[in-house]
Design a protein around this ligand. Sequence first.
Ligand SMILES: *Cc1c(COP(=O)(O)O)cnc(C)c1O
Length: 821
Amino acid sequence: MEYSIREVAKIIGSKSNLLHEDTITMLLTDSRTVSFPEQSLFFALRTKTNDGHKYIPELYKLRVRNFVVSEMPPSTDMYADANFLLVKDPLRALQQLAAHHRKKFDIPVIGITGSNGKTIVKEFLYQLLHTEFNIVRSPRSFNSQLGVPLSVWQINPKHTLGIFEAGISQPDEMERLQPIIAPTIGIITNIGEAHQENFISTRQKCLEKLQLFQDSEAIIYDGDNAFIANCIEAACLSHKAIAWSRTDSEAPLFIKSVDKQNDRTTISCTLLGYNRKYVIPFTDDASIENVIHCMALMLYLKPTSVNHEERFLHLEPVAMRLEVKQGINNCLLINDSYNSDINSLGIALDFLQTRQVDKAMKRTLILSDILQSGTLPKSLYKKVADLVQRKKIDRIIGIGRDLKEYGVAFEMEKEFYPSTTDFIQSPSFKNFQDEIILIKGSRRFHFEQITELLEKKVHETILEVNLDAIVHNFNYYRSRLKPETKMICMVKAYGYGAGSFELAKTLQEHRCDYLAVAVADEGADLRRTGISIPIIVMNPEFGSFNALFENQLEPEIYSFRLLEAMIRETERRGITSYPIHLKIDSGMHRLGFQPKDMQAICDCLKLQSGVAVRSVFSHLAGSDSSVFDDFTLKQIETFQKAASQLEQGIEYPVLKHILNSAGIERFAGYQMDMVRLGIGLYGVSASGQKGLRNVNTLKTTILQIQEVPAGDSIGYSRRSYVKRDSRIAIIPIGYADGLDRHLGNGAGQVLINGKRCPTIGNICMDTCMIDVTGIEVNEGDTVIIFGDELPVSELSETLGTISYEILTSISPRVKRVYFRE
Ligand SMILES: *Cc1c(COP(=O)(O)O)cnc(C)c1O
């Protein structure tokens, strides 16, 4: 579909002068995804973290000439031939344009909302209906304020059915999406607690979602869900509701029975008085519910052909992820097993562009025939070739008869094979080197065989560290402090187990003021890897003065013996005013000077010039618990007295600090000049704060699954017996990796495919066993020991210890893998 830029300006209500006439076919919101610059209209969106206006110069260089902005560029001289459409809110303008576009089409449009299953229902419907309709649908889960307009923009006159999903996270959002999708038929999948932060209640969220259907002629929903039924009534939508039910035989679609067999489920139902039986290739409850929504929709839409049963039997699972994996020979694999069509190919190619860090890497695409597209192959592959060329792919490997036949359209390095097996057996398969490879195939071509062979095999047990979460947590604490308060980040004990170097680099980048380590060697290691911000050493040893001075590490001084040794060393080396940090014991009774020592310290410091006090501090013994609040306040008072006595005695100002993570959370009024952030940085809140993000995920994979008959024992010393015939998964992590032996014999749980599974038998040195009876798991599946869904605090509670101990006990042989989202 084409719009003239003049038309667009009118639709979005921009009065700006247009320098020349242009035709727009593509809407652009991400500067990295340009493929047809001359026909693209860029919307400069402002988000919490970024501002699209920044990218205008770069886009102009790439020959984009049309921009929707909320602020004109400082000087338009350099953009002599560009149109700038000034509006108040570019996102709103994009939505207006999409809503206008939608109005031009009088076709049935299915709108899907709900907490879970939107994308799956959408894709199932596509599979069920694509032979009869020419369907336009949301790519992947494009269902946001931005995703919905971009999805709807794809409608063209050839389409005979639209399927779009809508998701919201705040009140008032659906009001904006409704006119863009304007669904004639609605499906509400279910309502859960997800994305609830901005709503007062689940009911408010549900009512908000139902606004999508205000002008629909029919709404499909689970009639047994009294909560949704009630909201539909409250929203005055009952007259068009089409409920399906497992209990009410009067319902338009009555589900009489759901019978699960091994790998399939038979659903018997009564459809307007007729009995029917459908077999589907799933057994999990979520899929069954999703399929029933689709049945109800089919009932309403009455597609003409009769072989519905057949279509349900051949439904295929929907894979949602774009995975990035380390490949052999320094290759990077991007594996996209999502539906193969030209839209999702475009998205995957854009993703590839954003992942390429090393410009020298060759870009390779492994693509299968695109099935079920409704376009003639010749023009389809011409379009694909065009797209692939625009996205700067260097080499295409095409698999399938159509690609082989129409491959001439590709003007780049190319190879074609009739089948996946032919490709794997070809000499070229052994020659991948330094490439970024996008693997995208229809399910029928079984590209997982390719991925498996190209994947680099690593030790299966890793600690994944989310650097974005570190930054988030750092900023979370920063936001609770005055802007001028300095922050020390504690990266002692190898960054609480997460590995100090990557963390230190990240923190330095985000302008942390100080780092603190336990011993001088840790500090020296950081210096060697390029950390230049000040570093404090908490436990300087007498033998480590060399390492201190050579690396500009600032010691914590806690006793007269250490203070005197330090002064002697500086004088011997001719150093003056070397920064030190004095520690006062205000009640913890670990290391530190006593408050009564202050006068003597001052006397000692006045007689020398080798060291200068940079800061004075103390440590709280119970800041995490309200039980100790009186004690904490007394510690603070003791410290403040001692600190001011010091300042008066030495006659120059020093930085004062006492708060650790829990202290910042609970006693921010005493932040003084500086705070010391530790465990909170790693995502664990001592006082139950909700705003932190998890940083560490300890994960491994299943090595083997064994079927064990009832009555047998598992593992060393025969500590656990299985009471029923069981499936036991063996995973490569044991106490030598830091998995505490007390988590054995069912005391601990792990997470596999979203399900909690208990350990069984004693934990061994390098492995342990998990009871996975009755759960859908396979060898090679990922196992989470702790992470987002299974917080490390749960393990520490089970073990009667604290998260600190679990994190710092993970053995160095467990590889740390860092990632940003
Ligand atoms: C470890 C440590 C901290 C950080 O404590 P958290 O409870 O992890 O925030 C602060 N100060 C001192 C002296 C420490 O040793």
